[in-house]
Write a protein of this length. Structure first.
Length: 272
């Protein structure tokens, strides 16, 4: 699938990406990339044998290449959606068998209209689509943790930290993802090959700032999970101390009786 970056993303034929002055976006499968990579004049060969594990960007002589590893927002414990990309001053090519890159691009085509269209603006919106609902998701984690904390204080029966541990793992996944996106955005902002216009580098700076805020939010939620674990442990210690107090009182009450029974139960001739 090929698009031209006009006022809106416009579906086009591959031949139009060569003749039009507008920059382009291409979303190809691995098989399509193998057939058509030479026509993009990027001088690179993206290897697909190695599993994609991170989101990163690498500067080449006449292109910028890299990979995306995107956690599944519906279930952060599942495998990441992964795809590769290659970019130069003319446009960007996504090599994607997962369907995610195409879905994100189609959403931009459906919802975005630009006064000053550019490849930089498209990349900004593409990255924004990846994290568009993350703020709400992190806030929901916070609300869940507040509910757990209230339940601990209310001493509800059968309470466990299983959900807290799950949230802690999911937050850790997001935190790593944000660190990678931050490095990715800063690599674009560096603009080593001068693929981007200087006045448009602000888009990547804006995205970096947003990712830093999301990363800080995940850190706050992670700290909250640690606090809840400490509260839960303290609560268990208090309950255990109460039980020990009761046992001590009972033992103290019955100890004299036990002593008397033991004393008078001894089988000696002179024992009354």
């Amino acid at each position: 699938m090929y698009y031209l970056i006009h006022e809106k993303l416009t579906v086009c034929e591959k031949s139009e990406t060569k003749n039009d002055t507008a920059q382009y976006v291409a979303v190809l499968t691995t098989e399509e990339w193998a057939r058509e990579k030479d026509s993009f004049d990027m001088g690179i060969d993206i290897e697909h044998d190695t599993p994609v594990r991170t989101t990163k960007a690498e500067v080449n002589y006449d292109s910028l290449t890299g990979t995306f590893s995107i956690p599944n927002r519906s279930d952060l414990t599942q495998e990441d959606d992964t795809f590769s990309f290659a970019l130069d001053e003319k446009g960007v090519v996504f090599i994607d068998d997962s369907g995610l890159a195409k879905a994100l691009t189609e959403e931009i085509k459906r919802t975005k209209k630009w006064r000053l269209p550019s490849l930089e603006r498209f990349m900004y919106d593409f990255l924004e689509q990846i994290v568009i609902r993350d703020r709400d998701m992190i806030e929901e984690f916070g609300k869940e943790l507040d509910s757990v904390e209230e339940a601990i204080i209310a001493d509800q029966d059968g309470l466990t930290l299983e959900r807290v541990n799950v949230i802690r793992g999911e937050i850790r996944t997001l935190s790593v993802h944000y660190e990678q996106l931050l490095d990715f955005s800063q690599e674009l902002e560096e603009n080593e090959n001068n693929f981007f216009k200087q006045e448009n580098l602000r888009y990547f700076h804006l995205f970096s700032n947003r990712i830093e805020r999301l990363r800080d939010s995940t850190k706050a939620v992670g700290d909250h999970t640690a606090q809840i674990r400490d509260i839960y442990k303290a609560h268990l210690d208090i309950k255990q101390n109460r039980i020990m107090t009761i046992l001590t009182v009972v033992t103290t009450i019955f100890m004299p009786l036990t002593l008397i029974v033991g004393w008078y139960g001894m089988n000696f001739r002179a024992m009354p």
